[in-house]
Design a protein. Sequence first.
Length: 648
Amino acid sequence: MVWDNELLPEQRTAAAHVGSHARLLAGPGTGKTLALTRRICFLVEEQGIEPDDILALTFTRAAARELSQRIEAELSPERKPRISTLHSFALRQLLRNSARITALPQPLRIADDWEERHIILEDLKSLLSLDHIDKARELFNRLSADWQSLTADEEAWDQRFPDPAFLGAWREHRERYGYVLRAELVYQLRRALEQHGDFDLEGSPRHLLVDEYQDLNRCDLAVVKEIGNRGVEVFIAGDDDQSIYGFRKAHPQGIRRFLQDYPGARELALEVCKRCDPKILELGLFVARLDYERIEKPIRADDGREGGEVALLRFHDQVAEAQGVAGLCRYLLDRHGLQPDDILILLRADRNGAFSSVLRDSLAAAGVPVVAATADTNPFDRDPGRKVLSFLRLIANPNDNLAWRTLLQLRANSLGPVAIQSLYQLARNRSTGFASTLRAVADDLSLVPAPHGARIQAEVRTIRGLLEKLRPRENGDEQKEPDDVNDRTRQVVEMFVEAEEERQAIMEQFQKSAQGSDATSISALLRVIEASSEDIEQELETGKVNILTMHKAKGLTARAVIVGAAEDEYLPGRAEGEGVGDERRLLYVSLTRAKHFLFITYCDKRIRQQRHTGRTSGSERRSLTQFLRDGPIAPRSGEDYLRNLSNQ
């Protein structure tokens, strides 16, 4: 395919830019991913740039996967440049330069979310005698925030940290278990780039493309700047109106200040929105323009699009709201011929299914197939998947401290917290890792109080025996790595997971993690899993109306979107200061997922379980979100609106 085939003039200009850094402002539905894809094609086909000299960084795995698939379709897999998330890129560079980095435990091992929650936080709660794990989590969040905002680089920061004892306990804990936190990957890369003049960047790129630049925090921005300072041409794309990840310190000023931070950079913009009908885009832009600091950018609906159907509907309570949403879905399915998966229902939050459960019941009663994906469903966070992952880690590295600890904690072995704590104290006293301490106890039971020693010895021998069964041998003694990673993972899954449904879920998660990567070994697959942050974007389930949280809807689009519970108690809810801007942008992103139909619902009051949600928990009264009170769409009675639809 010719690189500029069927591009709009503005897309062609953006894709063909060379000679300076550039900022591409691209609102919803304007073809940002298409422009980035064709830019890579232009560099390779027209400029003769080698694919290895091009680096593309994205915010999520889903975005990296989509860009990778598009490039392969147009250039072929052999001519694809390096495309990855910023976290994966950071891990690869740290591994590549591990000999230069002495401040981190080696070999580099990333603790995942489950290990953070069930090992690290629980241990620190115990070590520091904290009364609740939320205190440990609060300090960890502060630590992550300081990395992301670069506060941790300030002089004497560790003396000013809210709880220096926490820092001391955590640093000792990480030494015994030999891990690095995912939240610090980019921070550690930034420090290494700054401190080591001979730091070896993979491929020595000449062109750097960064997608969703508005989602980067100060630390991410500093890494991009360090790379740019090495003579790399930086091309960034994004939209400050869609910066919604304030919980990880996303810094919309980064994209707003790009032209000042990169003198001589070119300003580019995509103007034509091919997704939203005019009325939908008009309402979305009203919400976006409430932010007087935003970059004003040209954006308009594509020529020839009809107005679109938009309504802001008020209901008495959540029961009436849910029945109204079911009625809207039936109207879209029966009157307009939509399929169930053409409809998205978006919620600001859904703790314990408080909102989705009511909606699901009403939709089911109306004969509308529905699925709620508002909670985390990663099988690696359940015991069977966690055991499989731990055995795979021990196949890759028999000294993986966290994997040993996980198995001791989850398996039926009569080893409780006291036994594990005695092992940790022994590791501290001996200044050794957890795995080597386990081996020492297995050889000398007197190292820990009875009866723990005998139980630990028996468990270590059992796990070693299981590992031997998982190591195929050739000619009786020579170990051989299976050719197919999928076969090896399936072998482990079938050995440790009985339920077929759970087996299938775990295998699907492995395949999803490996998709778009070059993972040809267990070690490589585990690296991909380690580096990947929780997927914020959500894949839709076909054949059903999908209920999602607003954050998971970014990157998605649907013919019809229903935004539920659009009330001030949830949007902006408890947010203050800069957080209000995040909530406003989150609503803008949610509204602009819709192509042709957009319905926003809210209630006068919320009763039962929902009464105890939101900023005014305990009070029934609710009010329309401040972001829509003065908008171009006036509220209407939901019951009257649906009655009129049925009479048409």
